[in-house]
Design a protein around this ligand. Structure first.
Ligand SMILES: *[C@@H]1O[C@H](CO)[C@@H](O)[C@H](O)[C@H]1NC(C)=O
Ligand SMILES: *[C@@H]1O[C@H](CO)[C@@H](O)[C@H](O)[C@H]1NC(C)=O
Length: 604
């Protein structure tokens, strides 16, 4: 049960590790050129995206959506000194001191009871001559850098009436709502006996009114207000305020009456301040009169009229919701990531090609030695002549050795020579621009030895790397086991212990690969490489000594073992063999001519 649960869990693990082969103890083959290109691409990206990133941090990129909701019973909206200001007047000179008409503002509250009766409440909102400060305070309160000084002065707004200080306009619901609140502005006749602490004008006389009517043909009620405009796509100052002066209503008492409804919409601006994936919403409420939210009616006046013009300010049933948010870190990263992918595809093509070529060359150099067939005999001759020269001096060395068998200086020197020769002899494939062009042109350009070696080595590697080939080789090992061993032996073989990993110094069996690695390192860490070489050489020498001893002390050795030893010494690198033999010679005083013959044999 638990087992099957575990199996099921294992199946849905999304972090499963891909199983890959390693090269140079690394799952990825990387080159310094690739690293350099990566830095270059990152720099390029940084330059290209610098503006994006700086825009991101300075919150320049804004995304928004808008939505309009409708409600038959829109909730309350309050206008006051901090968010709205109105100015009212009759078009005439000296309105505040000698008005033709009286303007009054009422807050109306209709409450509908369950039995259908309607309870009407009227609250007078006193008016007083306007002051510039009150207009400027509104924009100040809304955090907008603006003032109305010029407009106020040239429109002569100190001769207009504004709602008295600390006024409150409440707008809520519609006529059919349970609670219906609206503002009623009415133009009535002027009365001189008013006794108010706000506005106590002396009414203009009939003559003045008639003169005005004669020249203008009608009277005019003017309404100015501070209105707001929203540009949600703007990163900063998305809210602007302006003096809205396009509302006026003409009327002629007892002849032409005006009645108008003006609707105000509530705007809810949800600003997501956060740049991170979570939301940090600050909601701002703005009251806006849109140009179309206006309904007006002109009627014939009657002799009984008290109200010459009536204006209702009402809550619009529409509410606008604007959701704004800045570009988030996730958006930015996916944007950068997408661009980076594209750059990687464009530039990566060449870099990947370079890395692959470089990897194959390194692999080829590690796996194979390269030799031109035509030059072979020549190289051999050179090697031979060198050998004979060396050999010429051997007798002296032998005598030295005889005196001090422990003197290893000579051996060291010879070992070094061997290493040098190894370097000189295996002409490694060199990675250069020619070979890259050759590879890219499918062998058309720069077809030289270097590239031919490489092509051949690549074919060989690719065929050896074939899964089919690898499995075949493994099968062959099994077959070999069954050829060499009998069944009981195989069973015993199969039960040999696993290799053990211990802490501390590992005792590994030395291999040729270590020499190759040393060769690569030698250029920059010479000292340690030399030391390692000596150890390696010592163990190699020891091994050779034992194998050849076994070959010579024939009587008590089994013939099969002897054959293997013989084959091994044959297989070993001819020059390395000679070197080892020489060392052995020097220490065991074996007949030199005999040795000479053997070497001759080797070379033919
Ligand atoms: C204007 O009308 C209001 C309300 O009816 C009244 O209180 C006020 O005294 C009037 N003012 C003038 C100057 O007629
Ligand atoms: C006007 O009001 C003041 C006090 O506010 C009062 O003393 C005065 O008598 C009033 N005048 C009239 C005409 O009502």
């Amino acid at each position: 049960m638990i087992n099957s649960l575990q199996k099921g869990l294992e199946k849905i693990d999304i972090f499963g590790q891909t199983i890959t082969l390693n090269m140079n103890k690394n799952a990825n083959y990387t080159t310094s050129f690739g690293g350099f290109s990566s830095i270059l691409i990152i720099c390029l990206l940084s330059i290209i995206f610098f503006s994006n990133i700086s825009d991101f941090f300075s919150r320049e990129n804004v995304f928004y959506d808008t939505q309009t909701t409708f409600s038959n019973d829109p909730h309350e909206m309050v206008m006051n000194d901090s968010n709205a200001m109105f100015a009212l007047s009759i078009d005439q000179s000296n309105f505040t001191t000698n008005p033709f008409f009286n303007i009054s503002v009422e807050q109306r509250i209709y409450t509908r009871s369950l039995d259908g009766s309607l309870n009407k409440t009227t609250i007078q909102i006193p008016l007083q001559p306007c002051m510039l400060d009150r207009f400027n305070n509104v924009v100040l309160n809304q955090g907008i850098d603006l003032d109305f000084n010029d407009e106020f002065n040239y429109l002569g707004m100190n001769k207009w009436l504004c709602p008295a200080q600390n006024y409150k306009f409440q707008l809520e619901g519609t006529y059919s709502s349970e609670i219906f609140k609206f503002i009623k502005i009415v133009v009535t006749g002027c009365k001189n006996n008013s006794n108010s602490s706000y506005w106590n004008p002396k009414c203009a006389d009939e003559l003045q009114k008639n003169n005005y009517l004669k020249s203008e043909g009608q009277f005019k009620l003017q309404v100015f207000q501070i209105n707001t405009m929203i540009n949600p796509q703007q990163a900063r100052n998305y809210k602007t305020m302006y003096l809205d002066s396009d509302m006026y209503f003409s009327f002629v008492p007892y002849k032409l009456a005006r009645l108008a409804n003006v609707y105000y919409r509530q705007y809810l601006v949800n600003n997501d301040q956060s740049l991170l994936p979570y939301q940090d919403i600050k909601t701002e409420e703005v009251i806006i009169r849109k140009a179309e939210d206006f309904r007006d009616l002109t009627e014939l006046g009657r002799d009984t009229d008290n109200n010459f013009a009536t204006l209702y300010l009402r809550r619009s049933p529409f509410t606008e919701i604007i959701n704004r948010n800045y570009q988030k870190v996730g958006d930015l990263l996916s944007y950068l990531g997408g661009f980076m992918q594209i750059l990687k595809v464009i530039f990566g093509f060449f870099i990947a090609f370079y890395n692959r070529t470089s990897m194959l060359i390194e692999l080829s150099n590690k796996l194979y030695d390269f030799k031109e067939v035509t030059n072979r005999s020549f190289l051999r001759k050179v090697a031979l002549s060198q050998k004979t020269e060396q050999r010429g001096s051997i007798p002296d060395e032998i005598s030295n050795k005889l005196q001090n068998l422990q003197n290893t200086d000579l051996e060291k020197a010879e070992w070094k020579q061997f290493i040098d020769k190894l370097l000189e002899r295996s002409q490694p494939i060199r990675l250069n621009i020619k070979i890259l062009i050759n590879q890219m042109s499918c062998g058309y350009f720069f077809n030289n030895n270097n590239s031919e070696f490489f092509t051949k080595a690549m074919l060989k590697i690719n065929s050896e790397l074939d899964l089919h080939n690898i499995l075949h080789q493994l099968q062959e090992i099994t077959k070999l086991k069954s050829v060499l061993l009998q069944k009981p032996q195989i069973i015993l073989f199969n039960f040999t212990p696993k290799p053990i990993i211990t802490l501390g110094q590992d005792h590994t069996v030395p291999t040729r690969l270590e020499v190759a690695e040393d060769l690569n390192k030698q250029s920059y860490i010479k000292a340690s490489a030399n030391q390692l070489n000596e150890e390696l050489f010592a163990s190699l020498q020891e091994a050779y000594k034992m194998v050849t001893e076994e070959m010579e002390d024939s009587p008590n050795i089994n013939p099969c073992q002897r054959t293997i030893n013989f084959k091994l010494t044959k297989q070993i690198d001819s020059e390395l063999g000679k070197l080892l033999k020489n060392v052995r010679l020097s220490s065991y005083k074996i007949n030199e001519s005999n040795n000479n013959n053997e070497i001759q044999e080797d070379h033919t």
